[in-house]
Design a binder for this molecule. Structure first.
Ligand SMILES: NC(=O)C1=CN([C@@H]2O[C@H](COP(=O)(O)OP(=O)(O)OC[C@H]3O[C@@H](n4cnc5c(N)ncnc54)[C@H](OP(=O)(O)O)[C@@H]3O)[C@@H](O)[C@H]2O)C=CC1
Ligand SMILES: O=C(O)[C@H](O)COP(=O)(O)O
Length: 479
């Protein structure tokens, strides 16, 4: 089979790296070699950043309406390449074709919505005399200006959507972008940039730098030419990155351990449906997956019975056949999940169903009677294993939910809205879902991680705000 070696993109051109080294990308499920990407050098990073700096000087002067036209074209080009990109996403990160196609469509919608939001964001003005002793002749005009060059680093699991969630707000706001895709996800990222190239974006504004994060990550993050970093990925990587990126704005969207809290009065059938889809879609490789269930013991057996039935109905296997539970992204991830299951079973958890493995494919696994001395009660699996922890009160559920190092989202299932709010008010998380699964979308909602789950916010408007700063110009009138 002919395997393509993809070039990297700099100053509007596709180039081979002078390193003459390429990274091989294997499909997580077929294990076939599906392509190679350039392992670029530090000198090429320097060049890419200086092209970006140069291009940004002109771009920030381009009118908002004209910038918008390029982004609309990008969204259209992406949709024109929907099948081609989805096929690559499926092969590269093992997502079903249907989900991969939805990811591309969601991305085009996200780009368009971002443009529209930016077109409707306006500055404000203030008069001095509203402060004691201030003068009416002083008028402050407050507008948002771009930051310069944004470093965008997304993770593997939404290689198109999470990249565009950084690129679109950066570009429409007048910034240039250095885009470092996840290595497993880099081909999908390159395809997305092909669409941007077709849209005719001025050269130098977006440069894609491919290479392993462990090799080029620190160099990029510490580079003096970078003015802002938007990172989505694991908590360890994000924490290390934050220590190195001195004095520039950061948005970090990191890991999670989202609890699904099930009260005695919940509609158990509906709660189970939400929990299953929250926990197992794309094999739980979503930061927002439900990663533990905290259920009132009086309804635990009933809930377990429904969950078991539903888990056993999940389709398992290759993404090419549209399965829900698919092989994990690599062997290390599958070993890690297997280790969490093993630890829980050794410490006395009950296996309800699952714990079967074929290469990187872990069958959906439900564990009951999980206790707080087990790793799976606290660690993020990023895989298809769901621990059930039985609790005796709302207070206990809240305490265990909050003892986590993470604080991304939580779900509460109850028919009592007052009780739902009482619990939600005490949960330490960026978002709380009442009677629904944890999820990021719709993409214009603010998406926020607290504690080990991140800092700053994504979501269309928040993304635009994070990639601009306020600038105040004060007019001192003489009359
Ligand atoms: N809160 C959120 O919005 C989301 C969080 N996540 C989290 O991401 C994790 C899974 O994604 P995964 O891709 O494995 O995460 P990683 O943290 O391993 O990688 C994320 C990105 O960081 C890059 N990277 C690695 N090392 C460095 C470094 N030293 N400096 C700069 N960049 C670096 C990676 O590149 P390379 O691939 O080359 O190593 C990749 O592009 C999970 O913990 C998940 O919860 C995922 C999605 C959404
Ligand atoms: O990358 C992730 O896991 C997400 O940002 C979650 O997105 P979703 O809730 O829409 O799957």
């Amino acid at each position: 089979m002919n395997v393509t070696t993809y070039k990297f993109y700099m100053n509007g051109e596709w180039k081979e790296s002078s390193s003459q080294q390429a990274i091989e990308i294997y499909s997580p499920y077929s294990l076939d070699l599906i392509g190679r990407v350039q392992a670029i050098t530090r000198e090429e990073i320097d060049e890419a950043i200086s092209f970006a700096q140069e291009a940004q000087k002109n771009w920030k002067e381009v009118s908002l309406q004209d910038r918008a036209q390029y982004l609309y074209k990008w969204a259209n080009e992406l949709m024109g390449m929907q099948d081609e990109i989805a096929e690559i996403v499926m092969k590269e990160v093992g997502k079903s074709l249907k989900d991969a196609k939805s990811e591309v469509a969601r991305t085009a919608d996200l780009i368009r919505y971002t443009v529209e939001e930016a077109l409707h964001m306006h500055g404000e003005s203030m008069k001095g005399d509203s402060f004691p002793g201030g003068s009416k002749s002083k008028v402050a005009m407050i507008e948002r200006v771009p930051l310069g060059v944004v470093l965008a680093i997304p993770p593997f699991n939404y290689p198109v959507n999470l990249a565009a969630a950084k690129l679109a707000p950066a570009l429409i706001s007048g910034n240039a972008v250095i885009f470092k895709p996840a290595t497993q996800g880099a081909i999908s990222g390159i395809k997305m940039i092909e669409a941007l190239h077709k849209a005719g974006l001025p050269k130098g504004l977006v440069n894609i730098v491919t290479g392993r994060g462990a090799v080029i990550g620190d160099y990029l993050v510490e580079h003096k030419g970078i003015n802002m970093i938007s990172f989505t990925g694991g908590t360890n990587t994000g924490t290390q990155l934050a220590k190195k990126a001195a004095m520039i704005p950061l948005v970090l969207e990191l890991g999670g351990k989202d609890p699904g809290i099930v009260c005695e009065d919940a509609d158990l059938q509906e709660a189970a449906k939400q929990i299953i889809s929250g926990a197992f879609s794309y094999s739980g490789q979503r930061c927002t997956a439900i990663k533990r269930v905290l259920v009132h013991e009086s309804v635990a057996n009933k809930l377990l019975k429904i969950l078991k039935e539903e888990v056993e109905k999940l389709s398992v296997g290759s993404p090419e056949e549209g399965n829900t539970v698919v092989p994990l992204i690599d062997t290390g991830s599958a070993d890690f999940v297997q280790g969490l299951i093993g630890d829980a079973l050794e410490k006395g958890a009950t296996l309800v169903t699952g714990n079967k493995r074929e290469d990187n494919l872990i069958h959906p696994t439900l564990l009951d009677h999980v206790t707080i001395d087990m790793r799976v009660a606290w660690e993020e699996p990023f895989g298809p294993v769901l621990p059930i922890i039985r609790v005796s009160s709302d207070e206990e559920a809240i305490r265990i939910a909050n003892e986590s190092e993470f604080g991304l989202q939580a779900s509460i299932f109850t028919k009592d809205i007052n009780r739902a709010f009482a619990i939600a008010n005490q949960i330490e998380a960026g978002s709380v879902q009442i009677n629904g699964r944890t999820e990021r979308g719709p993409d214009h909602f603010p998406f926020i991680g607290v504690k080990g789950s991140g800092m700053g916010a994504q979501g269309v408007r928040k993304g635009l705000e994070s990639m601009t700063r306020e600038k105040v110009t004060v007019l001192n009138l003489t009359k």
